[in-house]
Design a protein around this ligand. Structure first.
Ligand code: DAH
Length: 346
């Protein structure tokens, strides 16, 4: 086809083209592989040499002509489309919003953070320890030798033979921290963390649960330091009118050992369902660090004394948030967490 004929055709098409689809078809018609303008390029080899230059220029002009028209129309059609969309798709602001499902902090995690803050304000470090633990840290260096009946009570998960286990308590972190202190550094630490025991899961038991271990080692530490510390922490967590009491108990790694009760913050000692009518709630085990434990971890019991304690984290959270089933902490039902989040902000 001659150049002039194609030029005319372009002008005609320009006046006819009605939408984007037709415009794109024109692009194929002129510039596609077998398009009219593309085919002119094939013809160039049949043109006498002296006319080649002029012919080439004309083909280029034709291509520019088409391209300019194409871009102009494309813009026009797209703007029209957008305007139409804008005028028909008005936003109905009276429609109810789509609810965005958001997460909420886990209640147990939240309680642990609160406890951490209280202890940090008293100069304690928050430390970590491994959940896969060695028998010697979990038991032996806590004064619980192999064959000791106290081991049976902990229903431990053993992983490899008799030496590697899932820690049944966070107390091994006491040993690890003392070993790092090299018998010369005073210690103030808490360690919140997961622990494991071969328990069947029910409302008050779980094969995985959390403890908050604490250890203080320094000079001239007595039971009254322990009592003062626990009392302060409990008041910050449960309210200033809550009282603590110590009952004699027995742990291998503390001597003397105590059980820590707090006065029931719900009934203030009058007796209710939470405290099972006793007026008191047990929240921790504690005591003065046994001289054997200090010695085995490199602290001279003639020079150093200390106290240790272990809170049950779920128990604290259950009391604080009035939860009656421990499994609430371990399911993934966001409604539970959100519920407590709401209660908190009321
Ligand atoms: N580890 C103990 C347990 O799991 C709790 C405990 C008691 C920790 C007394 C202590 C402590 O540090 O002094 O039953």
């Amino acid at each position: 086809m001659k150049i002039e004929e194609i030029r005319k055709l372009i002008e005609e098409d320009k006046n006819k083209v009605a939408d984007l689809k037709a415009l794109n078809d024109l692009k194929v018609k002129y510039l596609g592989k077998k398009g009219l303008i593309s085919e002119l390029n094939q013809e160039i080899k049949n043109i006498p040499n002296e006319e080649k230059r002029e012919f080439g220029q004309k083909v280029n002009e034709l291509r520019d002509l088409f391209n300019n028209f194409y871009l102009e129309k494309k813009n026009e059609f797209e703007t029209a489309l957008l305007n139409e969309k804008l005028s028909t798709e008005a936003i109905d602001i009276s429609l109810p919003a789509v609810e965005v499902v958001s997460g909420a902090p886990n209640i147990l995690e939240k309680l642990i953070e609160e406890v951490e803050e209280v202890f940090m304000s008293m100069g304690y470090d928050v430390v970590d320890g491994p959940e896969i633990e060695e028998d010697r840290y979990n038991f032996e260096m806590l004064n619980i030798p192999k064959g000791h009946p106290a081991r049976d009570a902990q229903d431990t998960f053993y992983l490899e033979g008799e030496e590697i286990l899932l820690r049944s308590q966070t107390s091994p972190v006491q040993v690890r921290t003392m070993l790092e202190g090299n018998g010369v550094t005073p210690i103030r630490m808490i360690c919140p963390g997961k622990t494991y025991r071969r328990d069947d899961d029910d409302a008050t038991h779980s094969h995985q649960f959390m403890q908050i271990e604490g250890l203080l080692v320094d000079k001239d530490i007595s039971l009254s330091d322990l009592k003062g510390t626990i009392d302060e922490v409990v008041k910050k967590l449960f309210g200033s009118d809550v009282e603590t009491r110590f009952r004699p108990s027995y742990y291998q790694f503390t001597e003397p050992s105590v059980e820590v009760d707090i006065s029931c913050f719900n009934c203030h000692g009058n007796g209710c369902n939470i405290c099972k009518k006793t007026g008191w709630l047990t929240v921790a085990g504690a005591g003065i660090v046994h001289p054997n434990v200090l010695r085995m971890s490199g602290y001279d019991p003639e020079k150093w004394t200390g106290f240790a304690f272990g809170f049950g984290a779920e128990r604290l959270a259950m009391l604080k948030y009035d939860i009656h089933d421990l499994r609430v902490f371990y399911n993934t039902d966001l409604r539970e967490s959100r519920n407590f989040d709401r209660k908190e902000s009321l």
